[in-house]
Design a protein around this ligand. Structure first.
Ligand code: FDA
Length: 313
């Protein structure tokens, strides 16, 4: 386990750097080397594939949040197309009798063109969410976007208090303050460790510090947050959440666990079996490469598999 941790730590940065490499992306797409592995983490390329995955999970009493993959769009047309797509997704989920719950990246709907653009593009998405009784989670991206993402969430939360929430990353040193900001206004937080490569000035780089920060923020959110989402596959942290909520008499309806599609599937089922709420993040779409690279960077077995394929292919 310790060796595995060391390998993950060593490979994480170079692997995360691959997320920006067009050359490696082209090789991966051309060779199809990682096809099986991609399908493990990504529900498919089209909305029908994604809805089928959401339906399968729902049959196991696991609700989903659906993510149309893509980030950092460079044109207005692409940003608008993503907004339209998200509105359609919410409606399709509602029409299919499934919970309309989606996760959105602000850079996919124009954040690089300005905070105003992304904020205004969120409005039709949230209006549709309100119309169908759904919820929209604003994913957290790299640290260049943290403050903007939180400020946009706050502005939108004023108008759509029941439809919008965001994500806080425990590896960022600023996150204790951000958690308090969200608690003060009663906005829903999904707590994650964080998936990007960040410098030591602003982020904990030691795994134990990231975990310790997660634990502190998690207990604070379980205690005072509005329906927090405990998004991790880390057994020790999940056990700590279970112990804390049992001790404090916090019922399972007050929060939910979240995991990624294809990761720790057995644990997803066993938590549901034990009476906890569990939601799975279901990504789909043709732009799977950066998401997939981040998942690979998290696990040595996956990372070594892909590196071997790249070297030999
Ligand atoms: P950690 O990485 O320590 O893993 C704990 C254990 O889980 C590992 O030992 C391994 O057994 C298993 N595991 C973890 N990842 C695995 C994988 N890919 N394959 C196989 N096993 C794996 N990040 C972000 O920056 N912004 C965001 O908006 C989100 N959104 C988000 C939503 C949801 C629902 C989840 C679960 C996660 C995110 N993340 C995220 C990603 C998050 O920041 C983090 O990178 C991953 O969840 C991995 O961290 P863990 O907490 O699972 O711990």
């Amino acid at each position: 386990m310790q060796v595995a941790d060391q390998v993950t730590r060593t490979l994480r940065r170079p692997l995360l750097a691959l997320a920006d490499s067009d050359r490696v992306e082209a090789i991966m797409r051309r060779n199809g080397v990682s096809k099986g592995l991609v399908r493990r983490f990504v529900a498919g390329e089209g909305l029908d594939d994604a809805i089928a995955a959401v339906r399968d999970l729902a049959a196991r009493s696991i609700p989903s949040t659906l993510d149309l993959l893509g980030e950092n769009v460079t044109t207005q047309e692409a940003a608008r197309a993503a907004v339209d797509a998200y509105v359609v997704i919410l409606q399709r989920l509602a029409d299919a009798g499934l919970e309309p719950n989606i996760s959105v990246k602000l850079t996919m709907i124009g954040l690089d063109a300005g905070a105003d653009v992304a904020r205004e593009h969120m409005v039709p998405i949230l209006e549709r969410a309100r119309a169908v009784g759904g919820f929209v989670r604003i994913d957290m991206e790299g640290s260049a976007y943290t403050e903007q993402t939180i400020a946009i969430t706050e502005a939108l939360h004023d108008r759509f208090p029941d439809q919008v929430g965001t994500v806080i990353q425990s590896y960022l040193r600023r996150s204790a303050d951000d958690v308090e900001r969200m608690i003060r206004r009663g906005a829903r937080v999904r707590l994650v460790k964080g998936a990007y490569a960040e410098p030591a000035e602003i982020a904990f780089t030691d795994r134990r510090e990231v975990d310790e920060s997660y634990r502190r923020l998690m207990l604070r959110l379980l205690d005072a947050g509005a329906y927090p989402a405990i998004a991790t596959h880390d057994s020790a942290l999940i056990a700590a959440a279970r112990q804390f909520t049992a001790e404090r008499g916090i019922p399972p309806e007050r929060y939910e666990f979240q995991m990624l599609y294809g990761v720790r599937r057995e644990m997803q089922g066993s938590l549901v079996g034990a009476g906890y709420r569990m939601r799975v993040y279901v990504p789909y779409g043709t732009e799977w490469y950066p998401y997939f690279t981040r998942r690979i960077a998290e696990r040595p077995a996956n990372a070594l598999f892909v590196l071997r394929q790249l070297v030999s292919g």
